[in-house]
Design a protein around this ligand. Sequence first.
Ligand code: 0A1
Ligand code: ZN
Length: 886
Amino acid sequence: MRTETPPIIRLADYRPSDYLIDRVELDVRLHPTETRITATLALRPNPKGEAGAPLVLDGDELTLLALDLDGQPPAPGAVEVQPRALVLHQPPRRPFTLAIETQVNPSANTKLMGLYRSGGVYCTQCEADGFRRITYFLDRPDVMAVYTTRIEADLEEAPVLLGNGNPGQAGPAGEGRHYAVWHDPHPKPAYLFALVGGRLGRVATRFTTMEGRDVEIAVYVEPGKEPRAPYALDAVARSMAWDETAFGRPYDLDVFNVVAVSDFNMGAMENKGLNIFNDKYVLASPDTATDADYANIEAIIAHEYFHNWSGNRVTCRDWFQLCLKEGLTVFRDQEFSSDARSRPVHRIAEVRTLRARQFPEDAGPLAHPVRPQAYREINNFYTATVYEKGAEIVRMLRTLLGPGAFRGGMDRYFAACDGTAATVEDFLAAFAAESGRDLAAFARWYAQAGTPTVAVSGRHDPAARTYTLAFRQSLPTVVTEAASGAAPLPLVIPVALGLVDPGGGAVAGRSDRVRDGVFVLEAEEDSLVFTDVDAAPVPSLFRGFSAPVKVAHALTPAERLALLSHDSDPFNRWQAAQSLGLEAILSRVRAGAPQAEEAGPRGEALSRALAAFLDAEALADPAFAALVLTLPGDQEAAQEIGTEVDPDAIHRARQTLRTHLGRDLAARLAALREALAEPPGAPFSPDAASAGRRALRNVALDLLAAADPGLGTRLAVAQVEAAATMTDRLAALAVLTLLPGEARERALAGFAEAYRDEPLVLDKWFAIQAAIPEPGTVARVRGLMEHPAFALGNPNRVRSLIGSFSLNNPTQFHRPDGAGYDLVAEAVRHLDGKNPQVAARLLTAFNNWRMVEAGRRQKAEEALRAVAAVTGLSPDVSDIVGRSLG
Ligand code: 0A1
Ligand code: ZN
């Protein structure tokens, strides 16, 4: 088999479908290897399509058993079965019915797209194009139909049968089988179809909507795991309530079901009324889930639930509009989590994710606009850019319009587009109509790839008592196969800002171009004059991270310290500490390994700043303090350096700074650990305040261990043994992984033994070992791939071991001898035959290969070329490898 580069699909070529499907009746007879599906489709020509065109139904790995047209077998020669399509020539020019019987093998479906089995449970995944693996269909999101699904299965094997919409008739079907009918009254695209059949445990609750609808909410999990489901169940109920209050959006069916499965390509899926989840994002107990897991479960439950309006009631016209549902829904789940937890702490977490994942994507060969103009494989576009940068665009819109007009625009959007498959233009039109603003220039955020840089300089004029800020924006020209590489146009950039008095007093300065604390930068260059400014202030720019940009703004350590101490904006206080930390790391790297013991002047400044900060307020907001104490990661420093990166030099510099901070702050950190210690037997709570205390305690442990490995080992070993929560146990184990020796190996072995029957906990064990920054790790990871708990067929295992290695272990992934690259490339090659989507995602770790120094770069290129040379590569992997090398 030859590798085929999949053809390019362009937004500019969009055409409405020639046919529409109004109703779908599915009859699914579940069987482990021979599942049969009869689909009865009510079709009609689309008045917007081409009259008399052949009907081309998508299909993939289907066996066609029977077909009839309006109750008759079609005329000989009228039907053509192609490998990936069923073509009906000269279909009727009036409404007609097609009944199609297909057969599939769910047990052999290792791609986890379409109908497959996970731990014996039948389930489906249809986004983006999996429905065509169940039956022949117009598998595109602008074809929306009303579905009725009859599911039949062996009663022993699958006592629970779930579908989209509301439950209808159910009962015995003879020969030990039974059936259930589900009807979804809301027209939907095929990608939102789902069914589940299996033996499952259940927890449930009820919710009454603002419209008075009584809804039954249920969460289904592996039998026996019910005690771990209530947190997710409660998160559904809280999400329902929040969407009513925050956006006026009620739920619209009588039941809402969530099913957790252990084999899932992504996080979760918003199928109408039947969300299917990776069990990692459902199951939680203090002994098995960390605080981060609890936060993720809450956020992802909310995300999928919010899709019911932003995604399902209003869906996407085509896959280029993916950000229309994803960016908006991420924004909505971020707001939900901010309301449920600490808003500033959550904002910092969002920005850390954006910088760690989206900025690198936007700076490498896989860069693409939030709304791509072309793709070869849509499943490769579920990216940080579409999701996270997409959410930032919605956030900027709110900043620009203000909360009132934003909410009004959202209401208009939902009203105007309800029941339709919409576009980004429809979305922006609602806000333009509401606010009376022209959003044409703002729309460039959707079309231009790359992270903009905004360079700022400030000048105080004592005589005129003015303070002038000069801004200049620049956007890299991104050249891809899909985009011309045309010079980018200026973006509309909301700059939330304020002036801070270095001594902590008030600054009187004002400018009438700043409204509600926001200045809007629209031109390439602009300057802003504040009047009545007596003394030179420190500008606090991009408060709350008001735009997804890099800021080039030279400040002295003293000025950063002033922001850390006196800014009213918590985000920028954190940012000040981060900038000091980053500058301290970079200056060490640039100086080329100076004396190991020295922190450098910036390191000293950081120590002093953090000491003052800890004395003043560590206990006031522990979660915030934990973030302030956490240095920027290796990858962030690498991004900043940009070319000829030496990951070892960065790692050494960061470790030295950690050691230095740990020494300078040792007494304070030890005191903090005491002050934050949990009284024995205290009840567990996953709430943000309790999690914040745990976070600060564990950051303190990490720094103490960096300063004094002996003490660190003793403290961490004790904590691993005595921990009351997985958060504390895992944090201590992670500290130990940085301290080579017997104690570490014993702790790791003990952990594996204690959780031998807990795959999701063993994933954490895989992940922290894969991140050990030592030359032995490649061999360790290869060994772990042979561990009985590892399985290449399970996406969670693969991501935990190999994904963690490639993303969280820069020194070993980028080993100078190329052994790290080879490990990942080999895994991609093995996996591609099984699960191309996960293989392709794994390969994106090579995204920044051009940034590393020449020796490593050559090794990375060799590894990529070895993947490219494999015959029979999937479209998924061939797309990523092609763009990475392109
Ligand atoms: N719409 C889902 C993401 C998703 C996309 C593709 C999938 O197929 C494997 C699964 C899920 C979301 O945003 O949560
Ligand atoms: Zn989503």
